[in-house]
Design a protein around this ligand. Sequence first.
Ligand code: SF4
Length: 164
Amino acid sequence: MGKLAQRLSFVNFGEVCRNCPVNCCKRFYAVLLEEEESEFDGKASIVKTRLGRLKTLGGPRGRTCPFLLENGFCGVYDRRPFDCRLWPVMVYYDFEREEFIIVLDMECPAAAEGRIPKEMLNRMIQTAREAILDGSLKKEWVKKYTLSPWPKNYQILERVKPPS
Ligand code: SF4
């Protein structure tokens, strides 16, 4: 498991996801950090952006995550990537203001309905902020992530100036 994913080992949505009509593992895809790509080699899809390609689990146009089990559980839950752990919090890049934004994706019903436990959500945001500020979440990756074809229906939680 990658170092950044490890920082989010406290994240557990448990009951929050029960009977979810969206099921992010089916509807969306997870983008791998560079440090995670080799671990999922052979299972990942490619998503192209104007700044370069990203590797993903699942893909646009309904390509379901290859690790989603028939019973709806995740087959790699204990080593799931950073993007899966952080969702529905995401880090995007504001190209106009040249700064990071930490956002909450309103495509997730639990986010839209305010059902994510506050303490866990705050820790997720704090972890994302720290990863930006210590440089471990790379600007070039976040730029490509921002340009990936994803429903952009989010609420900005925080703006973070990149480290100089
Ligand atoms: S969309 Fe949100 S509530 Fe639904 S399964 Fe994913 S994280 Fe859970």
